[in-house]
Design a protein around this ligand. Sequence first.
Ligand SMILES: Nc1ncnc2c1ncn2[C@@H]1O[C@H](COP(=O)(O)OP(=O)(O)OP(=O)(O)O)[C@@H](O)[C@H]1O
Ligand SMILES: [Mg+2]
Length: 274
Amino acid sequence: MSSRFYSQKTKTLAITSGKGGVGKTTLTANLAQALAQQGQRVLIFDGDLGMANVDIMFGVKPEGNILDVIRGEKEISEVVTQVSPLIALISGGSGIVELNRLNPFERRALVDSVSQLEHAYDYMLIDTAPGISDNVLYLNAAAQMSAVIINPDPASLADSYALIKVLNREYKETRFSIICNQVRDEVEGLALFNRFSEVVNRFLSIGLDYWGSVPQDNLLKRSTLQQRLIVRHEPQAESARAIQAISLRMQQSVQKSDTKAGLQFFWEQVVGVA
Ligand SMILES: Nc1ncnc2c1ncn2[C@@H]1O[C@H](COP(=O)(O)OP(=O)(O)OP(=O)(O)O)[C@@H](O)[C@H]1O
Ligand SMILES: [Mg+2]
């Protein structure tokens, strides 16, 4: 099959972290915006049951979630919310905890309906909950790539190490990309990456990809509080430029790993269809 065939499949990317509050949701929304500004069609899957969710960043309240589709109460198209011309949002809601215990009939029905979206999006970004709970692990394992967000807090490093370790041991995941957030500058970010990468490499024999650093930026914080995406409203801000650069690096990096591409593949992994 030609490479063109593969490149048409949706690229699936989990945005994840060991520790909570490190910026997953903020970066997911802004990376989606950066991708859209570069002409990519993006579906965001909100895989976190928690409170401060990605819908808030876009100022929308989704009509339903994946559980409605599992129960056969809604069509997939009814739970996809278009938030801008190139960005759509689908919420896992409480369906997230159901996904890996569906019966074979429900599994097939879900995979078939979600696969209808396959050619409508270039990327699916999955905003996960923090930590190593089952649903975080299977969303990461199903995605083509995982971007782990770390910040200078030692607890963030320890928890991210634990997450990478389980995904490697239990799911044989070997490719992880790192985004350093809330650092002083690029120099501190790179040093943080090198420190973390060295430990992961030494104890788990896994090499990590560095996707870049986002500085601690009060403009980003303020922008988020006002439900504005900084990449869109203040594209010249330091953090916005960092996120744009990461989105370019991400596209180059994902192009190189076609093996687990596609929405159908992702959903089959999530619900455990062999
Ligand atoms: N680079 C940054 N500069 C300034 N503030 C930031 C930055 N990144 C994130 N924040 C702020 O940190 C807080 C937590 O961010 P966010 O909700 O995106 O984290 P999260 O990882 O999704 O959290 P959770 O684990 O609870 O889902 C928010 O108030 C956000 O505005
Ligand atoms: Mg979040």
